[in-house]
Design a protein around this ligand. Structure first.
Ligand code: TRP
Length: 319
């Protein structure tokens, strides 16, 4: 789960502000999902993962638990486990708890503060495992560290169906990076949410307790604080619709009235009913994901699902 970013320099802050403004000038207004995760947003997201309607987290955990022996057998002895994201989720703990002869665990994240904090937690929990965090933007190739034990193969780990939050083009680029980091004889272990009855999907993003709505609107509170914008939090509501043709949930903030929002030196006009896109969550078919993985040089060697085929964990080899 992403967490608050470390302190930024004034130059970085201005670049981010310009990026937000550019997004609000697009034909369809959009703001990057990275602004979900201030401290409050991270807590709200944690709460989302425990909601009865939000099936992905529990289902993926169940799949990991039910198949952990088979998963560890495929990963094999003295592998390097490279997690795209800062790690320390329950899923990662299950893996590390069963992979007792890992060469090294390498969590990779752009946020140094969060990464080092979670790496230390994992060291306390798994004192026998060498843990080497790498501060990097994992959407681009990065250098792997040199562990004490020479790894026999690299296993890239990407849980949570975070791949679904990337557009197809961006997901392909990310898979190419994963293919590169896996190296010869390596593999990818990835959580991929599946297409299913749209009612189940829409419920997961429109929970009855309203936590997802709070999470979405919180992005505006975060922007108001960081960038001194003046979004009126009461004038925006949460919307999450599943588009069957695109196979994705589209999450937006909808303006309840005509209004002008000030951000930086800009005054952005918004009409009643107009939306700001804050996130996509793509759902895949098994065939669709396999085709994408194969197009970058992976072969899907094993797919585990739950009894209702809601979610999948997939082991893709590089050969
Ligand atoms: N990776 C999660 C998903 O797509 C993120 C998420 C869950 C999310 N609920 C959300 C993002 C609501 C935005 C709004 O399932």
């Amino acid at each position: 789960m992403p967490l608050p970013q470390a302190q930024r320099s004034p130059v970085e802050e201005n670049e981010e502000l310009q990026e937000i403004i550019a997004g609000l000038h697009q034909p369809e207004k959009m703001i990057s999902p990275k602004y979900f995760y201030d401290e409050r947003g991270s807590l709200l997201f944690e709460k989302i993962t425990t909601l009865p309607e939000y099936y992905p987290t529990e289902t993926e955990l169940g799949i990991m638990r039910a198949n952990i022996d088979e998963i560890t057998a495929l990963v094999g002895a003295q592998a390097s486990l490279i997690e795209f994201g800062s790690g320390s989720s329950l899923k990662t703990r299950i893996l590390l708890g069963h992979l007792d002869d890992l060469a090294v665990y390498v969590p990779v994240d752009i946020s140094e503060e969060l990464l080092l904090e979670s790496a230390q937690k994992m060291r306390d929990e798994f004192p026998e495992t060498e843990i080497i965090p790498v501060v990097a933007d994992f959407t681009r190739q990065f250098a792997l560290p040199n562990p004490t034990i020479m790894p026999k193969r690299n296993i890239v780990y990407f849980p949570g169906s975070t791949i679904g939050n990337f557009t197809h083009d961006a997901a392909l680029e990310l898979l190419k990076v994963m293919h590169h980091e896996a190296g010869t004889g390596g593999a990818l272990l990835i959580g991929v949410d599946l297409q299913k009855d749209p009612a189940i999907i829409e419920r997961a993003y429109n929970d009855s307790a309203g936590v997802t709505a709070k999470f979405n609107v919180n992005m505006l509170r975060h922007l108001n604080r960081e960038f001194e914008s003046d979004f009126d939090l009461d004038a925006w509501s949460h919307e999450a619709l599943y588009d069957r043709d695109e196979g994705r949930v589209e999450i937006r903030l909808i303006s309840s009235r005509d209004q002008t929002v000030k951000i930086g030196n800009e005054a952005i006009r918004v009409m009643a009913g107009e939306g700001i896109l804050t996130e996509y969550s793509h759902k895949y078919t098994l065939e669709g994901f396999a085709a994408m993985a194969e197009s970058v040089g992976f072969r899907v060697a094993k797919v585990w699902t739950d009894p209702n085929d809601l979610f999948s964990v997939q082991y893709c080899v590089r050969d």
